[in-house]
Design a protein around this ligand. Sequence first.
Ligand SMILES: *Cc1c(COP(=O)(O)O)cnc(C)c1O
Length: 352
Amino acid sequence: MYRSRLLTPGPVELHPKAQEALSRPQLHHRSDAAKKIFLQARAGLEKAFQTQGQVLILTGSGTAAMDALVLNLFQPGQRVLVPVQGNFSERWARIAHEAGLEVVRLDLDWGMVVRPEHLENLSGQFDGFLLTHSESSTGALNDVQTLAQTFKARCPEGLVVVDAITSLLVSEFELENWGLDAAACGSQKGLMCPPGLAYAALSPRALQCLKPRSFYLNLGAELKVQSSGESAWTPAINLVAATAAVLEELLPRLPQHTALKKQQNDILYTTGDQLGLTTVPEVKSPATTCFYLPEGLKYTQVKDAFAARGATIIGGQGQLRGKVFRVSLMGYSDIYDAYAVARMMRDALSFD
Ligand SMILES: *Cc1c(COP(=O)(O)O)cnc(C)c1O
């Protein structure tokens, strides 16, 4: 008998504070108690994103925050630069295209990171730069601070918008200090809550640029009501309570927490190296490992070998489907869980 383990880069194993918050009786979202919790969650998120601006809580998965940022910060015909290096950066390109923007793609091999040199030979000006901090489909981490600087040197008026969905609370993140204007996150990743909430962070500058053109994902309307702890539509208030509870626990010890995530991920990568696996990302994100499948093995064999030991892992997306597998300890886990999972990797991948 094995204990069950969820080792995917979202959803992840829940934080006990989230589970405890979710077991409370149902609140009405317009009650004073709910408003207090909503404001607590927003204040915690503003600390997590390190912004003097505002974080808006939306009901939806992380993609809702990405869509909301594009639909509220850009107008049809505006020109945006989108590096594509994995499934989630591809998503930025698709969202921007659907929103009627002129998308200039910068296609890189999946697993690679974007470097300032990649921006050198581009022509014309851009109204925006849509970046993925931690590309969870390949396990790569972009240096968004340096990229934002490079972009702003050539397009000072452009807005830098970042998918921080698997970097917030997992790796360091600072909105304004890094020169970023807006960022998106979701509840089922570093926050260790169930799926269902999206968080949209807006710097003071981005707040000046809001021009909403969506009925449901209207950040202007949300801004008006969320400052008093309400939201335009019925929010997933139970998940808001879970968010507030986890942040209360996590924020005071965030540097130790991100150090742990890196240490855990390093342990898994070291084991992968020892097993002769090839790593996918050029620069490793602490959110997840991503390995090419060993010669001669199919993803389903690897997945089943972990499943036989109680664990759920995940394979590749898009062009990496059937080529890679990913194991993540982004969820609630400690250093000894990393050693246990490293041992499981050894056992699961020895097919003799
Ligand atoms: C999980 C994830 C998303 C959002 O996916 P949803 O299914 O909409 O929550 C976006 N970007 C990255 C990097 C992710 O890991």
